[in-house]
Write a protein that binds this ligand. Structure first.
Ligand code: ACO
Length: 357
């Protein structure tokens, strides 16, 4: 009840999360058939056909133009913004974008995180932002804006795989937030901004940075079992494990693990780092099974997200922002779907306080 477990709060044609069987379907396509096979623009074409784009090709061009427009906001990155975390600074920049329920407001929301996150990462390193290139694919341009160089095709495919994998996932906390705000008719910018706030928490999209902190603290495979036992003994949660809906392995974890395999050294993947992560995963799953025998706690999407985004050169405090760059497609699509229902979301609470005197 307190977490709205099992409550159906919306009907959607966007995605289905089958927690019992570990399946994710996005607009009639299994995650397996999308991740690593198609680009982010192709998934946007599935999520938002009637609102935004007639075809993936049209999206590519229009998204490129929207990135150019969003880039103008990077002029507002100043010392005050750089004292914030990347996620908080992203929130501040997103808040500058115009609100509305029109197509251009939606498009700008989808484009902007992919522009703002690289610009913020560079600014924090004392580097000037790299402007977008409207002719590039979205993932390719995001990496080029991060490094200032043409990214390797392996890296582009890996980021595309990531953005596709996280693009939509049923009524997760941030997507529900987006729908609630959209239902008030506040506009896409308000819906996305609120969703970003929900994503920031460590129980949702804030977990991958702490996954790497755990890998660093453990250091070597030989230390894993002891470290994990001690952490569980202190009542801590292991970041990157467990899920509210999945009762088996999160299919997104496998999609990203495959992407890491394909990335290889050419794309920046350090084989020793991957071997450490795999050893820690094995020991964590064994320890979690022993500690919580009644509850299936499996690897979730955030575990391999951490390794993938690290290999692609994103610093760990930018991981939530990169997540937002993928999930924003789902947020906008859900906001649109909610607006179409014409219905304000307004549940009830049960009063359990003292009776009026
Ligand atoms: N490590 C250790 N114990 C855990 C973990 C974990 N990662 N996850 C759940 N548990 C424990 C809980 O403490 C609880 O124990 P208790 O019954 O003794 O109190 C038991 O398992 C059942 O957990 P729930 O509270 O029912 O799990 P819930 O559905 O509320 O939580 C969540 C899901 C928030 C993802 C949780 O598993 C967690 O905190 N994981 C770590 C953070 C993380 O990886 N977040 C990313 C999630 S994926 C995403 O949002 C994109």
């Amino acid at each position: 009840m307190s977490g709205l477990d099992d409550v159906i709060a919306a009907e959607t044609r966007l995605s289905e999360v089958d927690g019992a069987n570990g399946l994710l379907v996005i607009c009639g396509h299994s995650l397996d058939s999308l991740a690593g096979q198609v680009g982010y623009e192709d998934v946007l074409a599935l999520l938002l056909p009637e609102l935004l784009f007639p075809s993936a090709e049209a999206i590519r061009a229009e998204l490129g133009q929207a990135r150019m427009l969003a880039f103008q906001q990077t002029a507002h990155i100043d010392g005050g913004l750089l004292r914030l975390s990347v996620t908080e600074a992203l929130r501040a920049l997103m808040a500058r974008l115009p609100d509305g329920e029109d197509r251009s407001a939606a498009l700008l929301q989808i484009a902007a995180p992919a522009v703002f996150v690289p610009a913020l990462v560079r600014a924090r390193a004392g580097k000037a932002p790299v402007p977008p290139h409207a002719g590039r694919g979205h993932a390719e341009d995001m990496l080029a804006m991060l490094t200032g160089a043409q990214p390797a095709p392996e890296a582009v495919r890996a980021l595309d795989t990531y953005l596709v994998t996280v693009s939509d996932h049923g009524l997760n906390a941030s997507t529900f937030t987006a729908r609630v705000v959209a239902s008030t008719r506040a506009g896409y910018a308000s819906a996305v901004l609120a969703a970003l706030g929900a994503l920031k928490g460590p129980l949702h999209g804030g977990a991958p940075g702490p996954v790497l902190d755990m890998l660093d603290a453990i250091g070597t495979p030989a230390n894993a079992a002891r470290w994990i036992e001690a952490a569980l003994g202190r009542g801590e949660r292991l970041m990157g494990f467990g899920h509210r809906i999945y009762r088996v392995r999160d299919p997104r974890a496998d999609a990203l693990k495959s992407a890491l395999g394909r990335l290889g050294a050419a794309g920046g993947m350090d084989a020793a780092r991957l071997a450490l992560a795999e050893a820690i995963e094995r020991d964590a799953l064994t320890a979690l099974r022993a500690a919580k025998p009644d509850r299936v706690l499996e690897t979730n999407v955030e575990y391999f997200t951490a390794l993938l985004l690290e290999a692609l050169g994103f610093p760990r405090d930018a991981f939530t922002g990169v997540f937002a760059a993928g999930r924003v497609g789902g947020w906008v699509a859900h906001a649109h779907e909610q607006i179409e229902t014409g219905r304000l979301i307004r549940p009830q609470s049960r009063y359990v306080g003292p009776k009026a005197a």
